[in-house]
Write a new protein. Sequence first.
Length: 467
Amino acid sequence: MLILSVFALDKTGNISYNIIIFLIRRFVFIMSLKVLKFGGSSLADAEHFRQVAEIVKSDPARRYVVASAPGKRFSNDTKVTDLLYKCYELAYNEEDITDVFEEIKQRYNDIIADLGIELDLSEVFEKIRLSLLHSTGRDYIASRGEYLNAMVLAKYLGFSFFDAKKAVFFNEDGSFNAERTNDAMREALSHMEYAVIPGFYGSMPNGTIKTFSRGGSDITGSIVARAVSATIYENWTDVSGFLMADPRIIDNPAPIKTITYKELRELSYMGATVLHEDAIFPVRYSKIPINIRNTNRPEDNGTFIVPETDDIGEHVITGIAGRTGFSSITIEKAMMNAELGLGRKVLQVLEENGVSFEHFPSGIDTMTVIVSTRALQEKRADILAGICKNVNPENVFVEENIALLAVVGRGMVKAKGTAARIFMSLANAGVNIRMIDQGSSELNIIIGVDANDYVTALGAIYNEFVK
Ligand code: ADP
Ligand code: ASP
Ligand code: MG
């Protein structure tokens, strides 16, 4: 249409002027290209769909939208993804799925009815129901949450619907195929000016559906942003950006204005679940910034996640995150430090048992390996026996119930006394430190505490640096 109008205007004799205007418009259109991902809470009901549409329509550069499945509408509500997993379990155990399946259908039908759009999903629902009864894969069933929601959103926005299975690819071993995905996504979206893409899943080489891990729609958003060379990847959620600590533990934590990719990975890996820790990888290739925004407060600037920045930020630390559910394996042996290859032998036992380690602090006669308690559970006896056989220690024991806290900040490398402040604040709060590990880049300090002290420890460190 734009091309036609250029030629129509040509007849006025103003050829070069109009062509230039057309090219400038086109240039601006291409130069500013935004990819948006809306999380489950932002697409939980019709009211939120309206807010989403307002955000998308307020800026023509907002062209590609990645949708999650409907999330919780209130605190004890159930996410559609969890309902789908539940349905799968019921079907798998040959129990009746009717009630849960009806609940899922109702979620979508309520949204459709309230928005007043013409969309009949009954055939799609029937296909999913039959798949459940014919034991189709668990991932396929879980992925239908985003598939259906993206269809509803595309219809409501008047955008094209593009199924992620056609351009998000996994390898035979289940790993993500970044290059094949990028080529296919770029090619497909080059034919669509405005599109909605379901998050969370893609396809295996044989065409079956595979999902990312939970929260994986964030990764799809990043994949799309890379493929279309977006100027920014806006990740819309229910908080006004990345906060310095988990808002479910610290009351009204301070927001983070700017955070680097590396800091974000440290924090999200350690439990700051606002963005999936792997969502950084696709955008990292083209250094596309991510902006975390609040769907319920679009006027807030949110947090910018950038490749690098000279801005140190308001506080010495950027944020704190933590998780419970860790165990330590401590190995004691005199003169351990002089024994060549001992560390390797210990880690080899873990590797042979398929358990990865989180941290590996060591002393002159002791060595501690921190692992996930859940991963250790089944392999515990084999691992302890393997360590005894491989390194012949004087003593080896496991302690459970450990929480890890990550204090992260690009400013820590330049600020003196940060570790001392952390330890003093914990001592003053009566928290016993069980382990300390500082990353060599001085970007983070990891502290192990008793899981019962986790909340107190988080509060103490937060108050020391922020209040
Ligand atoms: P979405 O459904 O939009 O993907 P998520 O539930 O995955 O949203 O992530 C947002 C939630 O992450 C927030 O509601 C908040 O409870 C939690 N959260 C945990 N740590 C942080 C943090 N440091 N900053 C902000 N939110 C956090
Ligand atoms: N719906 C999926 C989940 O609940 C993916 C996502 O929300 O990002 O994990
Ligand atoms: Mg999420």
